[in-house]
Design a protein. Structure first.
Length: 644
């Protein structure tokens, strides 16, 4: 505006605004150094460039305007231009006279030699003096062409120049007016924007003030609600804490009672295990004598009546041994301490052996006894053959026991399911008394017995046979069940999963071969230690038959003394003896310095059949165990294993 109107007030206003901007930037710099560090460099540079460019523009504009105003004879106060004023005047040309002065040329004399110059100076010869001729004036007169044609042409050129500068001045004035109007519009536009921004800022302040009020009210309400909620939460936390302490105390009491009950259970289990072990030992020890001596008496040529009595004694003792074995087996399965073997065997042979052994009982009752087996003789499976025989024997024994008329049929089928997987299904069908529907649900429970009111007969035995069968089958991942109709008979069936395998290599010694090998025992010496006279009598009876020399003692101390004095081929020792037991005797023998004596084979004779007891006995250094009651061939087989 200053450059257009030349009014000093605009320049003063511009300078004032520049100072205000500088002041604002200084304030920003003082308030926020980080923001100043970002803006100060560029903005201050722009301000300086603005000042430089403005000064340059003002100077150039002033020069331009002064030239135009000077040409149009317009002063700086903005005087109006009068069209009648002439910018240029036409003048007459005059004669132009030019006078030139021409000086004569100075001729330079040739220099003389030094000797000649000295002589000339002495003689006063002036031949080397300069030329003193006066200059010549030359006057030239130029006459201007003042013809009418030249005057008209000059006049035309001056008018054209005047018109050009006049139009330039008028256009310049219009440009200034337009520029002034444009600047006014820009000023009004900027003022409007600034005013609108101020209004928007005022509205924004008002809006944020209202938001602040609402926020304050909301915060106050939230704080009040939070205060109420905190009180409720504290109350709940207090109640929860009381409840937690109560539950902890309750759990503590329950845990204390549970620990007490657990201790009682452990004590009961230990007492039960000790009871079974003691019972087994106390019952098996006399049974060993009964079964052993009855076996020896049967081999003697007795009268028919005497032989029948001996056979009755032996069968009764064997039945009593089966009862003891059932109780022990049930205890093992109940506590999960049973260990299943994983050997390759022929299911055909195992089932056939059981069927042949039970055929005698069926023949005595004069009932039919049939075998229908779809099992290949050359097929072998991996499992525990003794447990399979035990299940089949128990089920056949029950079927024969409760079948008065008709017969018993054993069905067996082996099917391949997938690859090496196989499934053995066995059915025992009888035409006996049958079982009521209500009793079929409890028939596999321990100590369960069915009472038949029609025949006034009750199942004999412990009631553990079917319970043991169920545990054996389920322990191997199989299933067992019964279908029966009272008065028509029953069908007991079970399924067991197996894996097929190759035919095993047999290491068993046939009985006939065993009797042939007993000749190597003639003249051998055995140390026999047992605190029971009947057991010593039974063992000595068997040893005498094969011409084996023996020394019998009744405790471990006497056995150890004889061991040190004499040489023996084998030691037979009972586990539980007074003064020194079989375990302590074995340990002392294995600690001997004499290598030959400490390596003597030791066979332990025991009535304890628990697996943990057997492992403890073998760990003491015994080579093998002989379980009471033992048969003659069992004892001989163990002795021949270590005496050759």
């Amino acid at each position: 505006m200053y450059m257009v109107s030349r009014q000093r007030t605009y320049y003063n206003q511009f300078e004032k605004e520049i100072k205000e901007i500088s002041f604002i930037m200084d304030t920003i710099k003082q308030k926020n150094q980080s923001e100043y560090a970002f803006l100060s460099k560029d903005f201050n540079g722009l301000i300086k460039q603005k000042q430089i460019r403005t000064n340059q523009f003002i100077k150039l504009k002033s020069l331009c305007d002064s030239l135009i105003n000077f040409t149009a004879k317009v002063n700086q106060e903005g005087e109006k231009y009068h069209p009648e004023t002439k910018l240029f005047t036409m003048r007459q040309f005059k004669n132009i006279t030019r006078i030139d002065t021409i000086k004569p040329r100075i001729t330079t004399l040739q220099k003389k030699r030094f000797l000649k110059r000295v002589l000339a100076a002495i003689n006063g010869d002036g031949s080397n003096k300069a030329d003193t001729t006066k200059p010549t004036l030359v006057k030239t007169t130029i006459l201007a062409d003042t013809s009418s044609l030249n005057v008209a042409y000059n006049k035309l050129q001056l008018n054209a120049i005047n018109d050009y500068y006049l139009r330039l001045y008028l256009v310049n004035n219009k440009l200034k007016n337009k520029e002034k109007q444009l600047l006014d519009v820009n000023h009004q536009l900027i003022s409007t924007i600034v005013n609108e921004l101020k209004k928007y800022k005022a509205i924004e302040k008002k809006y944020y003030a209202s938001l602040q009020q609402i926020s304050d009210k909301t915060t106050l309400g939230a704080v009040e609600n939070l205060d109420k909620f905190t009180k409720v939460l504290l109350a709940l936390a207090t109640g929860l804490l009381v409840f937690v302490f109560y539950m902890i105390y309750h759990f503590y009491k329950n845990e204390k009672a549970l620990i007490a009950n657990s201790n009682k259970t452990a004590s009961y289990a230990l007492s039960k295990s000790r009871f079974l072990a003691n019972m087994s030992h106390e019952i098996r020890t006399p049974l060993n004598s009964i079964i052993g001596f009855s076996e020896q008496l049967i081999q003697i040529d007795l009268k028919t009546e005497e032989k029948e009595q001996v056979v009755a004694i032996r069968n009764s003792s064997i039945m009593l041994l089966e009862v003891v074995n059932d109780i022990l087996d049930f205890s093992k399965y109940e506590t999960g301490k049973v260990v299943l073997e994983e050997v390759s065997f022929s299911p055909y042979t195992a089932i056939r052996d059981v069927f042949d052994s039970m055929s005698i009982q069926a023949a005595k009752k004069k009932i039919g006894f049939h075998l229908k087996m779809s099992v290949n003789k050359d097929t072998y499976i991996l499992g525990d053959p003794l447990r399979l025989k035990q299940v089949v024997m128990n089920l056949l024994s029950n079927a024969i026991k409760f079948t008065l008329n008709g017969g018993v049929t054993l069905q067996a089928e082996l099917t391949l399911t997938n690859g090496t997987q196989a499934k053995l299904k066995v059915n025992i069908i009888d035409t006996g008394l049958g079982i009521k529907q209500i009793d079929q649900g409890i028939i596999f429970d321990e100590f369960a017995q069915v009472y038949y009111a029609s025949t006034k007969e009750r199942q004999q035995g412990t009631g553990l046979g079917l319970a043991i069968c169920k545990k054996i089958v389920e322990f191997q991942g199989g299933t067992i069940g019964v279908m029966s109709t009272e008065g028509e008979g029953s069908v007991f069936s079970f399924e067991l999963p197996y894996q097929t395998s190759e035919k095993p290599i047999s290491f068993d010694t046939p009985i006939s071969v065993l009797h042939q090998e007993t000749t190597v025992l003639i003249g051998k010496r055995i140390l026999l230690a047992d605190d029971n006279m009947l057991n010593i009598l039974l063992a000595s009876t068997i040893l005498k038959k094969y011409n084996i020399f023996y020394d019998a003692v009744y405790n471990g101390e006497e056995a150890y003394e004889l061991f040190l004095e004499k040489e023996y081929d084998l030691i037979l020792t009972d586990i539980q003896m007074p003064k020194m037991g079989g375990i302590e005797l074995t340990q002392k023998i294995r600690n001997e310095s004499n290598v030959t004596k400490r390596s003597i084979p030791i066979l332990g004779i025991t009535a304890n059949v628990l697996q943990e007891d057997r492992q403890k006995y073998l760990a003491s250094g015994m080579n093998e165990l002989v379980l009471k009651p033992f048969m003659e061939h069992e004892l001989l087989e163990k002795i021949l294993k270590y005496i050759r």
